[in-house]
Write a protein that binds this ligand. Sequence first.
Ligand SMILES: *Cc1c(COP(=O)(O)O)cnc(C)c1O
Length: 405
Amino acid sequence: MNAAASRKQLFIHGLGEKLDSLREQGLYKPERVLASRQGAEVVCDDGRRLINLCANNYLGLSGDEATVQAAVKATEQYGYGLSSVRFICGTQTVHKQLERALSDFLGMEDTILYAAAFDANGGLFEPLFDEQDAIISDALNHASIIDGIRLCKAARYRYQHNDMADLEAQLQAAAAAGKRHTLIATDGVFSMDGTIAQLDRICDLAERYGALVMIDECHASGFMGAAGRGTHEHHGVMGRVDIITGTLGKALGGAMGGFTAARREVIDTLRQKSRPYLFSNTLAPMIAGASLSVLQRLSASTELRDRLHANTAYFRREIATLGFTIKPGTHPVVPVMLFDAKVAQQFAQRLYELGVLVTGFFYPVVPMGQARVRVQLSAAHSTQQLDSALAAFAQAGTELGLLNR
Ligand SMILES: *Cc1c(COP(=O)(O)O)cnc(C)c1O
């Protein structure tokens, strides 16, 4: 082998070693293969039927027949795709209709669509803020917010997760540094714990210091608040949040796609300058059409939202009664705390054998010693399915000696 070829070999070999080390540490993430639609129950490629408690399918729309049919209808009308970015020849009436419908649903002036919320966050900060500005970010914000802020020249400040005293200290620091515009950026709901950001207090602080507020609503849009508009509705601060980003890939249908909603000037600026929007393909019309039908359905009835919250309250109560330790709260993300990484993996494996799909989370995804399985409820779960899942939790918990007595 010549020297050039062996250098290439070294590269691949190095990656192989790093992957082996991940496996040894139990940090390697295998993928479960589903042979069915997403839903309250799924069928794996080994034929096993499982109750699914780990999808972001909060409203149960991912495999829902009406959603599928709305996508089919939009495909028939608008075709499969656009083979274009939005500004060249990739904008159809369905995209404009969805942007309008999202603005109305969220209570914002205008909305821009992206291929993913990761892109919405990745392309948000750099066009709007520069070195004269400051961005103050919650320490546990989603990776896409962190990456988006990295791409922007604004000064970066970080506050301790959910800590309002520290947020105020960072606002003071940005003011003392003479920063022109300051933006507070936070997840509306933090997905590992189901923690809801204290948006009322964040807005109070922002207004006291003349700062803007941005929230990422990926785990809130469609079901938080009385009409499911999100965390800003839940906390009674609609009209006080400046920028909302979110996904079409969780509660609002579950395919893919993201958005940013804000004042018209903000959205117009993003259309002109946001790189994931300018240099990436248009959202497929089937997703735009199906998302539109989802928003219409959510405006017509609170039924799915009500079922989700009833399922959440039921599961939270029953799992605690069984003797498991959960993080208290009201969100459909229910962290069942097992603390030890190995135990979390064993427990998830045993539940799989008993017909329940959950994932163990451990360091570095959550802090050391805080391993857990994260249960996510869905409007699609029947009480019978939840009872079966709870029985499996009880059995696995008893076998592994995990129940508080
Ligand atoms: C899932 C998620 C994203 C990414 O959403 P995609 O549309 O899948 O790219 C961004 N932010 C948060 C908080 C999320 O949970």
